[in-house]
Write a protein that binds this ligand. Structure first.
Ligand SMILES: NC(=O)N[C@@H](CC(=O)O)C(=O)O
Ligand SMILES: [Zn+2]
Ligand SMILES: [Zn+2]
Length: 346
């Protein structure tokens, strides 16, 4: 008999859905397995006002396949011009679930992000007051800091001072990639959480660079040394409430990835749950998969877990596409480089 595992329907606490043809192509991939997702606002131009947010949410809802059980949880892109009152109004209207901090220049479409954290202080104070969490892309952009150190330097230079100054602010360290990040989150209070991607549980920097450069393994924050990957695996499989799944599934067309200057992002929406079940099983941790994918995230955000359930079965996935079509473009589905041993029962 096939071994199975039934868990509450998972959520994705960090997702890029983009817009237009790409939105229509990738949304069904997430809506199939996830009940809710925190939708990142780094469109071109970014989602900066309550009006932008409402319009983007409407476009997502329109692109949803018939009968899909999926709720987009929207985020505002924090800029130095963000108006605290506009944020408070979007919150009062039930439109916004979190605000996203991109240090200017840190990652894809982050040019409008924050250069001087002091300039967004009034917004952060308002968020602390109304209980609206801050999602953080935690990397410094200082060109003198090595790219592999940018997360740990961010913790010391930006995150720790920020949290000390804003005691009531709930913060999520998005896509944590280092042992230092994991330790920082563990040592924090209940107002600190972290998302972990599926791909950072299986990639270290050798996978990215040895034997030829693998553009589909390039994402930000970049995959680090093996000790960091192991720290992430231990955190994800620990069941600890501070760590939860944010796939950071980030579609880019193949021509933009397989290029002399390739874009950062791994597209994992299609197989994230099969990959996670495979990984948790390999670590003898299937009993904590539900906490990581379906319970810890809602608890941190003050929401209930999904009522619906998902059943996984220990068998090779069938019909998993290598690529999906988006208009004229093709998007490569993340290939971990080893066979998946679990799949979502359909
Ligand atoms: N993770 C990535 O490598 N890319 C993301 C941006 C981000 O989450 O930093 C994207 O929007 O493409
Ligand atoms: Zn990011
Ligand atoms: Zn992201």
């Amino acid at each position: 008999m096939t071994e199975t595992l039934t868990i509450r329907r998972p959520d994705d606490w960090h997702l890029h859905l983009r817009d237009g043809d790409v939105l229509r192509a990738v949304l069904p991939e997430s809506a199939r397995d996830f009940g809710r997702a925190i939708v990142m606002p780094n469109l071109v131009p970014p989602v900066v006002t309550g009006d932008d947010l409402r319009a983007y949410r409407d476009r997502i809802l329109q692109a949803l396949p018939e009968g899909a059980e999926f709720e987009p949880l929207m985020t505002l892109y924090l800029t130095e011009d963000t108006d605290p009152e506009d944020v408070a109004k979007a919150h009062a209207d039930g439109l916004v679930t979190a605000v996203k901090l991109y240090p200017a220049g840190a990652t894809t479409n982050s040019a409008s992000g924050v250069r001087d954290i002091d300039r967004v202080r009034p917004v952060l104070e308002k968020m602390a007051e109304i209980g609206l969490p801050l999602c953080v892309h935690g990397e410094v952009t200082d060109s003198t800091v090595d790219i592999f150190d940018r997360e740990s330097v961010f913790i010391d230079r930006v995150l720790e001072p920020l949290r000390r100054d804003m005691p009531g602010l709930r913060v999520i360290m998005e896509h944590v990639t280092t042992r230092e990040g994991v330790e920082y989150v563990k040592a924090g209070g209940d107002d600190l959480g972290a998302t972990i991607t599926a791909h950072h549980l299986v990639l270290n920097r050798n996978h990215l660079l040895v034997g030829g450069i693998r553009p589909h393994y390039y994402c930000l924050p970049v995959a680090k040394r093996e000790i960091h990957r192991l720290a992430l695996r231990a955190a994800a499989t620990s069941g600890e409430g501070r760590f939860f799944l944010g796939t950071d599934s980030a579609p880019h067309p193949d021509h933009a990835k397989e290029a002399a200057c390739g874009c950062a992002g791994c597209f994992t929406a299609t197989n994230a749950m099969a990959l996670l079940a495979t990984v948790f099983d390999a670590d003898g941790a299937l009993d904590t998969l539900e906490a990581f994918t379906s319970l810890n995230g809602p608890a941190f955000y003050g929401l209930s877990p999904n009522e619906a359930e998902m059943t996984l079965e220990k068998a090779a996935p069938e019909g998993m596409p290598e690529k999906i079509d988006a208009g004229e473009d093709r998007i490569t589905v993340f290939d971990p480089g080893f066979p998946l041993t679990w799949r979502v029962a359909r």
